[in-house]
Design a protein around this ligand. Structure first.
Ligand code: UDP
Length: 378
């Protein structure tokens, strides 16, 4: 007997979107989640100092996709939040992305006009027609001095690789501005969910057609699931096939060691996120969560992020070698019917949150249109 129509492995963005969409068209959905909570890496909670804190690093929602924005607004109220990041460089504090203020502070300039910044960039940048890796991408935009001060070591700490060993796309995530705009993102919609992401996921998964099984490893229960129509797998793609002993090659992931300190003081730093692009400390950044939404508390909590090899897989590592290995897994994945690999870990891609929403929504539309056609033709 069929208990569920749809089985989804993982309760992060991709899993929750597919569950919500399928439940809305009357399908019975089972989500199997290894962790003891929903919301994937977006999971947040109120900590002992009364501060809404993310367990797996700050999640800043930003998108130009009106459809995704409309969709996420169905499950939470949002407040506008323009994310800003500062970095400690040479004992100075500068905004990142690089903009006029960054150059003024680091090089004792007094630029006030875009033309002056353009001139400075033109004198410093090393042009590459088509940057082949992260180093060329940064040199092409800002040149050697800023590359050295702000990107080289940070990237080594973050990825255990220098920018030259990574795809240009990784470093291209951060723009360079010729004006004073110091916002981290320039998307049309930038906001945070009022009650946090976990609450948003609770709402997404509140349809009685959805059952969530926490603390459960899919690979330990897959034989007991009985029949169902479709499986959506949002975990690491290599684990899916390693488990079946089909392929063994290891895909690289970076993990983060989050070290939290609860402090008996009102504030620790002047901004939510402070980056440390130099070699003087091992962590990449310190996040002080109370800044998000200007939360009030007599105390504060900070989280230092150390990127490490082992632990929960957070970041796929985008370079040619990993892409080649991924292609082999993808070929295996494509041979399966009614099994879909969705999201950052299953597609081995460095998605932003809005892209994860978009991909899952598109997959649903694509499959259901196809099914509709199939039903109509039979
Ligand atoms: N990066 C850097 N210096 C910084 C911030 C970022 O070199 O101060 C590089 C680094 O390689 C990083 C990439 O830019 O992985 C993308 O940064 P982003 O902030 O998007 O990373 P995420 O927030 O996803 O960890």
């Amino acid at each position: 007997m069929k208990n569920f129509d749809i089985v989804i492995v993982g309760a992060g963005i991709s899993g929750a979107v597919l569950a919500e969409r399928y439940a809305a068209i009357g399908k019975k959905v089972l989500i199997i989640e290894k962790r003891d909570h929903i919301a994937g890496n977006c999971y947040d909670f109120v900590d002992e100092n009364g501060i809404l804190t993310s367990q797996y690093g700050a999640h800043l929602f930003h998108t130009n996709d009106g459809g995704v924005w409309e969709y996420v607004n169905r499950f939470s109220e949002w407040y506008p939040w323009q994310h800003r990041v500062i970095a400690r460089v040479d004992g100075k504090t500068v905004p990142i992305p690089v903009n006029i203020t960054t150059v003024n502070i680091l090089f004792n300039k007094n630029f006030t006009k875009e033309a002056e910044m353009q001139q400075w960039l033109a004198e410093n940048r090393i042009p590459f027609d088509e940057p082949r890796n992260g180093e060329e991408a940064v040199l092409n935009k800002v040149g050697e001095v800023l590359y050295e001060k702000m990107f080289r070591h940070y990237t080594k700490k973050q990825w255990d690789k220098y920018p030259a060993e990574l795809h240009a796309s990784v470093l291209d995530r951060i723009p360079v501005r010729e004006n004073f705009d110091d916002r981290y993102f320039s998307d049309r919609y930038q906001a945070l969910p009022k009650a946090g992401y976990t609450k948003l996921f609770e709402k997404m998964l509140s349809n009685p057609n959805i059952m969530v099984l926490l603390n459960t490893d899919y690979f330990e229960v897959e034989d007991q699931l009985g029949d169902y129509d479709k499986l959506f797998y949002t975990g690491p793609i290599d684990r899916f096939f390693n488990f079946r002993k089909k392929l063994k090659e290891k895909l690289e992931y970076r993990s983060i060691n989050f070290v939290t300190e609860h402090l008996d003081q009102e504030y620790f730093q002047e901004n939510s996120v402070v980056n440390y692009p130099g070699e003087e400390v091992e962590y990449t950044r310190i996040v002080e969560y109370k800044h998000f939404g200007n939360q009030q508390s007599a105390k504060t909590s900070i989280v230092k992020e150390y990127t490490v090899d082992h632990g929960e897989p957070y970041y796929p590592v985008p370079n040619d070698k990993n892409q080649e290995i991924y292609a082999k897994y993808k070929a295996e994945a494509d041979k399966l019917t009614d099994v879909y690999f969705v999201g950052r870990l299953a597609n081995y891609k460095y998605f932003n949150m809005d892209q994860a929403f978009r991909n899952a929504l598109d997959l649903f539309l694509q499959l259901e249109r196809r099914d509709t056609v199939r039903v109509a033709n039979s």
